[in-house]
Every structure is written in C-alpha cells, then in structure tokens.
Write a protein that binds this ligand. Structure first.
Ligand code: IDP
Ligand code: MG
Length: 391
C-alpha cells in the first residue's frame, strides 16, 4: 500500500446517495381501489420520492420529510404521507431487503394473566432491548382457544392446568419485531419454570414476574415456524380471530397514548403511571388511525379548539395505543382527567407537576395522552376504538 491511499479511498457505498425502496399501497376511497407505489427513502437528507406503479409516472417528486423514519419502514408498517396512510407491502429491491429484512424478524409474545398489571414494565423492557411492538391487543382466551394454541401440549399431564390458567383472565398479545427477536425474547423470558429462573436467571422476566412452572408471566415463540403460526393465530390477516373482547364499554373512560409518545418509547412509563395510580386497564390495542377516523374521533373539537387540525395530524402520525380505563368507583372520566392534568404541558408543569401531561407531554399537540373530556363521552369514545375501529 502506498502513502495517502487510506485517506483518498472513498467507500463506494457511502459515496453514493443511499436509497431504500419499498412497495407501498394506499386505499383510495374516492376511486374505491388500492393504488400501488414504489416508495423511495433517502436517509442522507431524510427525503422521500414516490412512483405510481400502474400508471408508470412520478407521483411525488423527491421531498424532505420531518416525520418519516427508516425504523418505521418494514413489511406491514403504516406511515402517513400528505394525509394518506400508506402500508408497506414488500421490499422494492434486494439492497433494502438485505439491510432492513434482518431487523424485520418477528415473534409472538403473550403477557399471561397474572402479569398484565405489569404491562408498563414490559413495554420498558422491550424499549430497552431495541424490540419494537408492532401489534398489541388485550383479549380473553376461551379454553377452546388455549387448547388450539397449545395443541402440541395436548397429551401432557399439565395440559388441563394450562387451559385453566390461560383462560383465567385477560392476556395481552403482541407482535414484536427486531434483529434476532425470536431468540432475544426467549432469552429475556428465561427458563419455563419461574422458580428455577429465580435461581439461574434472576433478572429474567419469568424470575421477576412469574410464580411457578405454569404461571410463568409470559410467552414467546420458540422458532420462526412457531412465530409465523402463532402470529397468524392472534393477528389473522383478515377478520378478528374470534377472540373474546375485554372492553367493558360501561363505567369507563378512554385514554389514547399519542403517537409521539409511542415513537419516543415512553408508553411504558405512561402505562406504569396509570397503573400505579390505581386505575384498571380493561382494554388495550395499538391502532394506526386513518385521517377520516381521526377527524371523526375529534369531531367535537372542530371549530371549537384552534388546535383541531394539528390534533388530527398528530393522532394519525403513527401507531397509538388506546386504553379503556375503569376501576376506581365513581366518575372514572373525571378522576382520570385529574391524573392527566391540564392539556397544555407547560401549564401542567407549573400547576400540576405530577400529572401525565406535565411528566410526559411536549406541547399542546404532543401532550402525551388524549383523555375523554365529558363523563357522558367515556363510553362513546371507548366504543369508537374498541367496537368500531377494532377488527
Ligand atoms: P415455554 O412457554 O417456555 O415454551 P413449553 O414447554 O412450550 O414452555 O410449555 C408451554 C407452557 O405450559 C409453559 O409456558 C407453562 O405455562 C406450561 N408448562 C410447561 N411445562 C409445565 C410443567 O411441567 N408443569 C406445569 N406447566 C407447564
Ligand atoms: Mg413453547
């Protein structure tokens, strides 16, 4: 090698403008058809560009975007571009598949009945370990459903105990994504027997939150094949899967953890604060809200609150987590509003520093949580998410 070579040499891949390509779909309600685009993302200046595949023409000239992030782009993810909710259905080239595909490994996690009171901690564990929850749903398993899910254990002596336990209360199913997430999540769980876990793996999830061999806090798929089957079981490509819902839709209020909070990984802290304040979470689901639904949900603020258009933009800007809150006796909506605090986080930090908005909000729009305003709307708002939008 001759002097100067190292300095002069430019790595070919960094010399080029790095580009990621995806195939994205958008449902055009006007034409009632699905449009397909080649979607390009350039990390260098965070810009995007789109081509209409069918009409073979440019749809969006290369434009900088403040909101899109490469980490939000994976098969099945949804992003918002100019009020359109795009769904990524495939990789657009081998480079993208190679670079992004690795990080796209998926697994199924279940938070089992005795551990759902710790769901906030679970979200924090996921965030700390670079694991992304892409789908989240609280549901109730019938004995029949448990038997179907644990088919492989039908002949085991503990099968009946397992049926009893898994159908004893609500569970939370999650689709998790990340590099090597199948084994990574199994390692975080620790040994099947919680007692043994406390001896050999005291920091593991089962050691911390499990009781014994049956009641062991959480589940994780054991292979790629199991992950595919189990994800299809809980999150079927179409339909609801026929699970029992957990929402009460009576004496309840509605809380939405806003997309900015989910994006910044503080949903675990918010949920912990809600649970520590003594509220029950009786339903939970992650949603990607479409513009028309965001407008409908916030309809009562239209023309009343100046922030209305920005509130709609925020709630549609990425995945949010809807919660049905119950459980303190009396007027749950009013009590929960107390915990949330003034809608402007700046004011909240001055007047009510212990409230959710004061602790987790950024500004009037990105104020961490939406909560129901009027007692009579608690049920209506919970119904909007858990009956109308939930599939
Ligand atoms: P895993 O959940 O660690 O993959 P599996 O052997 O697949 O463990 O068992 C499925 C579930 O059945 C366990 O998570 C646990 O709830 C229950 N289970 C497994 N082995 C026993 C046992 O020996 N006695 C009682 N329950 C068991
Ligand atoms: Mg297993």
């Amino acid at each position: 090698m001759f002097p100067g070579y190292a300095q002069d040499y430019i790595e070919p891949s960094t010399a080029q403008d790095e580009r990621y390509a995806f195939i994205a779909e958008w449902y055009d309600p006007q034409a009632a058809l699905i449009r397909r685009y080649q979607f390009l993302f350039y990390p260098k200046d965070n810009s995007i560009e789109m081509f209409d595949i069918k009409n073979r023409r440019k749809f969006l000239a290369r434009t900088k975007s403040d909101t899109v992030r490469l980490e939000d782009m994976f098969i099945g993810s949804k992003i918002h571009v100019y009020s359109r909710q795009l769904t990524f259905v495939d990789f657009g080239d081998k480079f993208t598949e190679g670079k992004v595909g690795m990080k796209n490994e998926k697994t199924l996690a279940i938070i089992k009945p005795e551990a759902i009171g710790k769901v906030g901690v679970f979200f924090n564990i996921l965030n700390k370990n670079d694991i992304k929850p892409c789908k989240v749903k609280m549901l109730k398993l019938s004995r029949k459903k448990v038997a179907e899910f644990y088919e492989e254990h039908r002949s085991k002596p503990f099968f009946n105990t397992l049926l009893e336990y898994m159908s004893s209360g609500p569970v939370i199913a999650m689709e998790l994504m990340g590099t090597g997430v199948i084994s990574k999540w199994r390692n975080l769980l620790g040994p099947t027997d919680s007692q043994k876990a406390r001896e050999t793996d005291p920091n593991s999830i089962r050691a911390r939150f499990g009781t014994d061999t049956t009641s062991n806090a959480a589940h994780g798929s054991d292979s790629e094949q199991s992950a595919n089957r189990e994800l299809d079981f809980f999150f079927p490509p179409s339909g609801s899967g026929g699970f029992d819902v957990t929402s009460h839709l009576t004496d309840c209020t509605c809380c939405i953890i806003k997309p900015h909070a989910v994006r910044n990984g503080i949903e675990g802290d918010i949920i912990e604060a809600i649970q520590n304040a003594g509220f029950q979470i009786s339903a939970m689901e992650m949603f990607n809200v479409e513009t028309a639904n965001g407008e409908e949900f916030y309809e009562i603020y239209k023309g009343v609150v100046n922030e209305y258009p920005n509130m709609v933009t925020e709630i549609c800007s990425g995945p949010c987590i809807a919660l049905e809150i119950t459980g303190k006796g009396g007027d749950t909506t009013a009590q929960f509003r107390e915990l949330c605090g003034p809608s402007d986080p700046e004011i909240a930090r001055h007047l009510r520093p212990k409230t959710l908005r004061a602790m987790f909000g950024k500004d009037k729009i990105q104020n961490a949580v939406h909560c129901t305003d009027l007692p009579e709307d608690g049920v209506l708002e919970a119904e909007y998410f858990f009956r109308i939008l939930s599939n």
